[in-house]
Design a protein around this ligand. Structure first.
Ligand SMILES: *[C@@H]1O[C@H](CO)[C@@H](O)[C@H](O)[C@H]1NC(C)=O
Ligand SMILES: *[C@@H]1O[C@H](CO)[C@@H](O)[C@H](O)[C@H]1NC(C)=O
Length: 250
């Protein structure tokens, strides 16, 4: 009897903890519906946080994957010289787009079209790359009673994130896209592949320049330092030898 009551108490405690947890989670949401209209409005944050990583896949009409992207996306809004941040929450994103032979589009959109991030891919010979990046965000105004505003940006006619057919572009370092004076997009990390995507799996990874530099520059500096030390050592040995020779001759 005592024992039963004990477990009963424990599960009650557990239930209370779960409810508290759910409550906390709800309070913690960075996106809250506005009071009456229940419109989804991203809440801009005054400081930066590491964006959560989402994997998004788009299939063509016959169900064959044509775009896959794994990305953490951060929106950076500049309003009156002050910088605000908003991370795209993968669990709220709706994936849409279009798979063509020469062009393909991946659209990541939040409910009520509160924010979107769209990549237009192009295929050229044996390469694919992102030619356009289109973004917008309609956040909750940063001051109370301020007007609602939509921040948007566009990068057009680019050759970003290129890789060969069947390979994936991969970058652990951040990519900062200056899409307009008021809106920047930070992508970290970023992996993408379009058009040729057998069974929806990424092909061989093509390392971005920034990652290559991060990997190789320390090695080069290490080699230079080792070289300088070696030269200094050999020179001092040589000089010592010469000096000894001089003494010997005396
Ligand atoms: C901004 O938009 C939200 C959601 O549509 C609305 O509830 C709010 O009244 C608007 N604020 C202003 C100042 O227009
Ligand atoms: C890229 O954007 C520009 C400007 O909006 C547009 O003219 C062009 O058609 C777009 N390219 C593609 C492939 O959609």
């Amino acid at each position: 009897m005592m024992r039963w009551r004990h477990t009963g108490g424990r599960s009650l405690f557990f239930l209370a903890a779960v409810i508290a947890g759910v409550h906390l989670q709800r309070n913690d949401r960075s996106v809250q519906p506005a009071s009456q209209a229940q419109i989804y409005q991203p809440v801009l944050q005054p400081s930066e946080a590491v964006p959560p990583i989402g994997t998004y896949m788009l299939k063509n009409l016959v169900g064959k994957p044509c775009i896959k992207a794994t990305v953490g996306a951060e929106f950076i809004v500049i309003e009156k010289k002050k910088t605000w941040y908003f991370n795209l929450d993968p669990s709220s994103v709706r994936t849409a787009g279009y798979c063509g032979r020469e062009a393909a589009v991946l659209s990541l959109t939040l409910p009520d079209n509160a924010a979107s991030l769209q990549f237009t891919f192009r295929k050229e010979n044996n390469l694919f790359y992102v030619t356009n990046v289109t973004v917008h965000v309609s956040p909750r105004p940063v001051c109370q009673g301020c007007a609602n505003k939509t921040y948007s940006g566009l990068l057009a006619d680019q050759q970003l994130f290129a890789a060969a057919k069947g390979q994936s572009y991969y970058c652990k370092s951040e990519n900062l896209l200056l899409t307009s004076p008021e809106l920047r997009i930070k992508l970290v990390p970023l992996q993408m592949q379009a058009f040729t995507l057998p069974r929806g799996h990424y092909g061989e990874e093509v390392e971005c320049w920034a990652d290559f530099n991060h990997r190789v520059i320390p090695v080069i500096i290490g080699a230079i330092v080792t070289g300088v030390i070696l030269i200094a050592l050999l020179t001092s040995l040589f000089l010592k030898d010469r000096r000894r020779e001089g003494y010997d001759r005396l």
